[in-house]
Design a protein. Sequence first.
Length: 385
Amino acid sequence: MMVEDIVETAHKMPPWSEIYYLGPTNQQAEELIWEPLEYRLEQLGWSFRPLISKRRFELSRKRKIYVIGAEKHRRVRGKPIAKAYLDELAFWDVDLMKVWRALRPALTDFRGGCIAATTPDGKNTPAYEFYLDIAKKQNWKYFTWCSLDNPFLDPEEIEEARMELDEKSFRQEYEASWESFEGLAYYSFDESLHVLGKTQIKREIPLILTFDFNVNPTTLLVCQWHDGVMFFKREYSLKHSSTHETTIQFCQDFQKLAASVRIYIRGDSTGKSRSSPTGRTDYQEIEEILTAHGFRWERQILGSNPPIVDRVKIMNSWLKPYGHKPRILIDASCKDLIKDLSSQETNGRIPSDKGNLGHKADSAGYAVYYQNRVQNITPVASRQL
């Protein structure tokens, strides 16, 4: 839709005028629009030059289409802009009003227009404040497109998403609803639903060890994925200890399973580069200890940690899928994990670390986020315009 509007504007705009498309970052702007726009211009048989290094398409009669990130918004100052496109506003790290103050005068010469679009990302965001501000202005119009109304989406796919997401996330991603996520970080957690009595380790299923690296206390959760559920079965939280001592404690507790059970190592990606007191990285040390105790292991660590907001959102979706059974269950002995999930509050859009809360929830989140990737669960987002 945005590509078609850009093409229509470019067809009508006068010589020497320009179009600006701004995404959250330079890289994301390129990923969102560059190839679709280039393909559409080729389809139409237009004469143009795509100059990726200069972030623009050059058209006939000295007209240009720029594709830049919001962090480059100063480039719009003093330009003869026929129309601007601000995409995925809720995910910008740049002050929206600062961008608008730079952009608005540049639209004056050609009485240019602006389209601002985003997938909602909660009410505690500058994008929501921007929406509230423009919604009351007569020279703006507001439109909503829901994934539920998209005839090209398979209804079965929508129902699968309803199973996998919590209610608030489903309304946000598929119904284009501005939802409030303030208060508790893990608002989907319910002890009556998620906490079990003593759970047994299944010898025939791999153990997942998931780590968060902080000095005091240490953090290691032992979980297993089976029957479509992530079961958190044991917790290690040693005060005034180390990753080395915590891993040895696990090996001693589970030594009888060393010959029969396979281990998947997950957790905080910074452990691949963070050096322990021994001079090796945290994960190198963990793997050496596991090997020395006869365990077979496989490292399952992402290249970098996922955005905190995404990790927490997936945890909430797994805790209480909309209209379906939980995909996370927790042994009652995991007291610190239960405390994190029941008590950790938000600070803006992310969980607060007040009271030293959050390390066990972070550790659980890394394991669940990785499993979510394995299951290839990718929601299709609605958009607000």
